[in-house]
Design a protein around this ligand. Sequence first.
Ligand code: G
Ligand code: MN
Length: 239
Amino acid sequence: MEDRFAIFYQPIVDLTGERLEAYEALLRWKHPERGFVPPVSSLDVAEHSGLIIPLGKWVIQTACRQAVQQDAEMGAMPSVSVNISPRQFEDADLVPFIGEVIESTGIEASSLQLEISESMALSVDSVATTLGNLRELGVRIAIDGFGTSYAALSRLQELPVDIVKIDKSFVRAIKVGSVSEAIVTAIVNMARILDYYVVAEGVETAAELVVIRKTGSHAVQGYYLGKPMPPEKLNEALS
Ligand code: G
Ligand code: MN
């Protein structure tokens, strides 16, 4: 895998202290000519062919190993957040595998976050059981793309979830006094009532950050705060 793929990490920053809370592990494909590219189309192929299972396992394993290494080098242990695809989520081996990775890498279980998309959380029947089993391992669960199926909040509420990541589409070009500001504020309020830790993703400008601060989110992620970067760079960003 190492010669064809790499993991980049994107900072998730605390709103009040601008402290690094976590970083999201994002898969990059080493393209022979174009360099590192987000493997959008190949991920789709991987998902449909079942290759996502070994690839996804490699990402979980590598991200946990690098997080422990980071901790040893920096003495700082932000959480690492890993995306789980629908196919991976339905794999019967997911829960035992994550248990093994926690054991073998020595990562603090609470420092591992698993991101599952909101649409998946709402469509998979066994979601509550699997999330419950994962939570028992001590990992934290994040809902990615939060707010896109807004009407389904009552269903989400029944699931064991710790973190919600407000979808980029709400954050894009948000302005003071705009309708999107009102929508994000409403989503954040609702999420806070349910006791979720709220991350606003896709913050690209200083102006967007100013508005997002007012909405009451706990943390932010986006190009303005930091682009996905290789682990060596993250070390520099941490120091
Ligand atoms: O689905 P998920 O939220 O995991 O998507 C993460 C993707 O979003 C990554 O490919 C990452 O590079 C991209 N991304 C991260 N921050 C921003 C941003 O500020 N703007 C845009 N357009 N994309 C972003
Ligand atoms: Mn994500």
